[in-house]
Design a protein around this ligand. Structure first.
Ligand code: TRP
Length: 326
């Protein structure tokens, strides 16, 4: 079975965009591949080093949500990056052969610095972000890495570094391929892309009340002021969410009702709330179960860590030997 590896950085809570865009795809892949899924807590430190308390909470949130979303510890390996010290060793060794210019030219380097202007990102670890990600991937000699398009530059440099290593020291690493997933863009409650930095996200950790409240207070077509005004569904963020969460029939119904003023915005939102609840209910249930039983969660992650560590240690033996170390 080919190996798949992916991870999320633990710097914030998991939202519906992450669920539909990544986690649900990971869940499918665990049926067909030897999947390794981890929480990138060291990566979170590259930008979040000044706020360890927030980091701690989001590690738990992520692990709980991985499992609540359907990752099955009997089918895939779930682990925590910082418990597999071999990632750090490989990162160090790869740093010997990685030209600094390669890292400076990764587009996300400058983009993130622009985006997070309130933070000091002149730190060495932040420059090395894609190198650490490379170590995460190739230490498992993974063939496929399911990621969104935003991660393509990171995959590209991972391939280049694997190739450079192999050129110097012989074939140790396969070049990993991105497994780009076609998934619907999930807009936030204000119509922009769902993102924690926009404050427009619906989180898996939100209570049913909070989810309902967030959807009920969404803006709709601004031209639809009165109940009797006709609207254009395409101008309503609510309809954009229907495209992700509602059936084709429901979409047609609410669109028609909007255009003719046959239904009000609250009626339209009620359908959406029902569908989002249907997706979230099993997740809420599983989350509660895990949060009430931390021992169960720890046992799952300990087991995943042990399994991941074994693979990582095997690779590191090859790497040390290839590089002339003992
Ligand atoms: N950069 C990824 C993100 O933004 C997280 C990540 C770290 C990752 N290492 C990885 C993803 C290895 C895939 C493979 O969430």
């Amino acid at each position: 079975m080919d190996r798949v590896l992916s991870g999320m950085q633990s710097s914030g809570k998991v939202h519906l965009g992450n669920l539909v865009g990544a986690l649900q795809n990971w869940v499918k892949l665990q049926e067909k591949y030897d999947c390794y899924y981890f929480v990138a807590d060291w990566h979170a430190l590259t930008t979040g080093y000044a706020n360890p308390a927030a980091l701690h909470d989001s590690v738990i949130d992520l692990l709980v949500n991985y499992i609540a979303a359907g990752l099955d510890p009997d089918k895939c390996t779930i682990f925590l990056q910082s418990r597999i010290l071999e990632h750090a060793e490989l990162h160090l060794l790869l740093s010997m052969i990685t030209p600094v210019g390669w890292l400076e030219r990764v587009p996300t380097y400058k983009e993130k610095q622009q985006e997070l202007q309130d933070r000091d990102l002149s730190n060495y670890g932040f420059l090395g972000y894609p190198l650490l990600q490379t170590a995460d991937i190739i230490i498992y000699r993974a063939k496929y890495v399911p990621v969104g398009v935003d991660q393509v530059p990171h995959l590209e440099i991972s391939r280049e570094i694997a190739r450079r290593f192999n050129n110097f020291y012989g074939e140790v690493f396969p070049e990993p391929d991105a497994l780009l997933t076609q998934f619907p863009k999930v807009p936030g409650v204000d119509g922009r892309k769902m993102s924690k930095s926009y404050g427009n996200a619906i989180y898996l950790s939100d209570s049913p009340k909070e989810v309902e409240q967030k959807i009920r207070t969404m803006t709709t077509d601004p031209a639809r002021v009165k109940r009797t005004d006709k609207g254009d569904p395409e101008l309503s963020p609510v309809f954009q969410l229907h495209k992700v969460f509602s059936t084709k029939e429901e979409q047609a119904e609410v669109a028609e009702g909007c255009r003719t003023a046959g239904i009000g915005c609250i009626d339209c939102k009620k359908v959406l709330i029902k569908n989002v609840f249907t997706m979230l209910e099993p997740i809420w249930q599983k989350r509660a179960e895990l949060l009430n039983n931390p021992d169960q969660l720890h046992a799952i992650v300990d087991k995943g860590n042990d399994k991941a560590r074994k693979v990582a240690q095997e690779t590191m033996q090859l790497v040390r030997k290839a590089m002339g170390l003992y």
